[in-house]
Design a protein around this ligand. Structure first.
Ligand code: 1GP
Length: 249
């Protein structure tokens, strides 16, 4: 039976298998950088490649996804900053509803407008409760989304938000301190959220070390996402991947 990507993620969670997703922002890598990142990701057994950014201002999305698909078998999952960041060349789409915010456009409005296009894309659609958590600095995504992140010490707000997302039928929760956050999400918040939900938990934003990635997994994250830090230091790809996978049996 052909397993979908979501099946893999949720089977992984059932087996307490921790996964690593490298985030590629098509605007931040030139071709050589992209090829190097793909090569390092393959060698490091990276589980997923997320592609997207708050502001993809070039038309490189299609090309970046095609290049990744040509060179590797790592599943490519779109992490779109807006509904126009969609290409059928990827494998799956994080269909994000910004449940930490109160901007109706990002809860449902943009989804309505893009629904026919999204369905037609043929992508595997994974409905995600996307939760921004304060990372100590205003991030592009909090500015663009015009929403307040959840304060980093409000664990109850975070866990109730995640629970509501799960009961509404969302299939994944993604807690994000935003790209380049000064402070990654505190482990206490991750463990509280993980305790209150059964669906897989993705955590990202401001993770810059293998230790932090591992600590987040031990706190209950199922998938760790890193973008910025590996753009600056690509050697971190294997370091973080090894640290995360060292937790798997
Ligand atoms: C951002 O969670 C991702 O939305 C990754 O963040 O770029 O800080 O690793 P970084």
């Amino acid at each position: 039976m052909k397993h979908t990507i979501y099946d893999n993620i949720s089977n992984g969670k059932a087996r307490a298998h921790k996964a690593f997703a490298v985030l590629i922002d098509p605007d931040k890598l030139n071709e050589a950088g992209l090829l190097m990142t793909i090569d390092l990701a393959i060698k490091a057994n990276v589980d997923y490649i997320f592609v997207g950014g708050s502001l993809v201002v070039t038309d490189t999305l299609d090309k970046v996804v095609s290049t990744i698909k040509e060179k590797s078998t790592i599943p490519v999952i779109l992490f779109p900053g807006s509904p126009d960041q969609i290409t059928p060349k990827a494998d799956a789409l994080l269909y994000l509803s910004l449940i930490s915010g109160r901007n109706p456009e990002l809860l449902i409005g943009q989804h309505v407008i893009s629904a026919p296009f999204v369905r037609q894309s043929g992508l595997e659609i994974m409905p995600v409760g996307y939760m921004l958590v304060d990372g100590g600095t205003p991030t592009t995504v909090s500015y663009i989304s015009n929403t307040n992140p959840i304060p980093a010490n409000k664990n109850d707000i975070a866990s109730c938000t995640a629970m509501a997302g799960e009961m509404l039928g969302l299939k994944l929760i993604y807690m994000d301190a935003g790209s380049g956050a000064l402070r990654a999400i505190p482990t206490a918040m991750i463990s509280q959220v993980a305790k209150y939900i059964q669906i897989p938990l993705i955590v990202g934003g401001g993770i810059t070390t293998a230790e932090k990635a591992k600590e987040n997994c031990l706190a209950g994250a199922d998938i760790i996402v890193v973008g910025n830090a590996i753009e600056k230091d690509p050697a971190l790809i294997s370091e973080i991947s090894n640290a995360i996978h060292s937790l798997n049996k």
